[in-house]
Ligand binder design. Structure first.
Ligand code: GLU
Length: 466
């Protein structure tokens, strides 16, 4: 059997981490089993669906690298098919027209509540032989009246539902439009989905969906309902906790595979391994190992993992991400060697690519910003002679690379009888604008001789009050 999974978001809100984790689990499970992964946009709720939300889903999935083997399908493009299935179910007697009015249903509900019963549709129209002339009708599914439905959930274990607790679900509204639970059933059947992996807020829909699939002669797929992500305070992850569009994480300078690594570890583990490549995940992931308890989002851990992945990546892999961040700052470079060098020099001290770009402005701009405090401290008249001597030594260097630069600076410090920092700090402030940068030899090597000397000249002028 070929495994077929799907990610079926409703574009009613911007795709956020909870949805991404569901998508990831579905994608991983398909990849693990050499199966297929389908993307399906459940956009039947025309009022709440937005184009912007669809865009975030498509762009987000692409950014994350969660490639689909089929789709995106849009439910709004499948209405013909839903109508066909409704007609067939009406003809087969597994669905019926219900003419009960809103008022009648409300009265029924009030009476049931009055008797302290769980409100549910009584099935009044189930056996109606004749239509009610002039009345609008919805189409309901004829749910079995007896017996149980057992969801053999891959995360929760068996969950048993009594059919008598399930009322007859509306499949089509009075205007003929199909309802959400019904469309899911038709799609899962038509797309031959073998494993439905979704949020556990859908567990209660599952017995009805299984009954409808059976009525259609289709075998229900396997189900895995995964828990929600909670905020650190234990409440459902919401905007308040930074549950923003997944694309915000791109903007913030996270690597997509680091974000995926973070999300997979929420409620799933493999020994005590924390850092995984996607290939490693594909090799070991099993949906059955996902915890059924919800886990809390921890932004610090995400930052940590992001840096771990930055440290492990080939510098060239990070270059496009660094460039994208530089562009956001109005900077750019096509100097691949410089970009890779900056990645290598900076990644120990940046947790995100955005942070790396911000710390690296001086490599990519002609006019550096001088930190006034650092300038006041290090670019003083007293420092001018040493800085001039530093410039002379550097200008005279044969080869411009980190080792000879380092040797020259150490030699000068020894001659002057001072520590290297005494030489390096004014030099650093002059060429980078601040008192913090990667090691000075690496920084100068990357900047190049010309820019270094020009900035030193400006720094010396400043020391001299120019
Ligand atoms: N469209 C549903 C949602 O976004 C998911 C339905 C499903 O996976 O079956 O919550």
């Amino acid at each position: 059997m070929t495994v077929v999974t799907r990610f079926a978001p409703s574009p009613t809100g911007l795709l956020h981490l909870g949805g991404v984790r569901t998508a990831l689990f579905s994608w991983l499970y398909a990849r693990r089993h050499g199966g297929r992964f389908i993307l399906r946009i459940e956009d039947t709720d025309r009022e709440r669906s937005t184009d912007e939300a669809v865009r975030v889903i498509l762009d987000g999935m692409q950014w994350l690298g969660l490639d689909a083997d089929a789709g995106p399908y849009f439910q709004t493009q499948r209405f013909e098919r839903y109508r066909e299935v409704i007609a067939a179910m009406l003809a087969a007697g597994s669905a019926y027209r219900c003419y009960c009015t809103k008022q009648e249903l409300e009265d029924e509900r009030a009476q049931q509540l009055g008797r302290k019963e769980k409100p549910r549709y009584s099935g009044l129209c189930r056996n109606r032989a004749e239509p009610r002339v002039g009345a609008e009708s919805v189409v309901r599914f004829k749910n079995p009246l007896e017996g149980t439905v057992v969801v053999e959930d891959l995360v929760h274990g068996p969950v048993v539902f009594e059919n008598r607790e399930l009322d007859d679900l509306i499949m089509a509204r009075s205007d003929g439009t199909p309802t959400y639970n019904f469309c899911v059933v038709v799609d899962d059947m038509d797309m031959a989905i073998t494993h439905v992996i979704r949020g556990d807020d859908h567990l209660n829909n599952t017995p009805r969906q299984m009954n409808m699939l059976r009525a259609l002669g289709a075998a229900p797929p396997a189900y895995a309902h995964v828990p929600m992500i909670l905020g650190a305070d234990g409440a459902k992850l919401s905007k308040r906790h930074g549950a923003v569009s997944v694309l915000q994480y791109e903007e913030e300078g996270f690597l997509p595979w680091a974000l995926l690594n973070y999300l997979v570890r929420l409620g799933w583990s493999h020994g005590d391994q924390e850092v995984f490549t996607l290939q490693e995940l594909i090799a070991v992931f099993d949906i059955r190992d996902v915890n059924k308890a919800a886990s809390a989002f921890n932004p610090e851990k995400l930052l940590w993992l992001n840096q771990q992945h930055m440290m492990r990546a080939q510098p060239a892999e990070l270059v496009p991400y660094l460039r994208a961040q530089l562009k956001r700052l109005g900077l750019d470079s096509d100097n691949e060697a410089l970009l890779e060098g900056v990645v290598l020099a900076q990644r120990e001290r940046a947790k995100t690519l955005k942070g790396m770009a911000q710390n690296s402005r001086f490599f990519f701009t002609g006019d550096i910003e001088l930190d006034p405090k650092a300038a006041r401290k290090h670019l003083t008249a007293a420092e001018a002679p040493a800085l001039q001597e530093t410039r002379a030594r550097l200008a005279a260097l044969g080869e411009w690379s980190a080792a000879p630069i380092n040797d020259a600076l150490n030699a000068l410090a020894a001659e002057l009888g001072v520590g290297l920092g005494k030489i390096a700090q004014p030099l650093r402030v002059a060429v980078t604008g601040s008192a913090v940068s990667p090691p000075i030899d690496v920084t100068l090597a990357l900047l190049g001789r010309e820019r270094t000397l020009a900035r030193l000249d400006a720094g010396i002028a400043r020391c001299q009050g120019g």
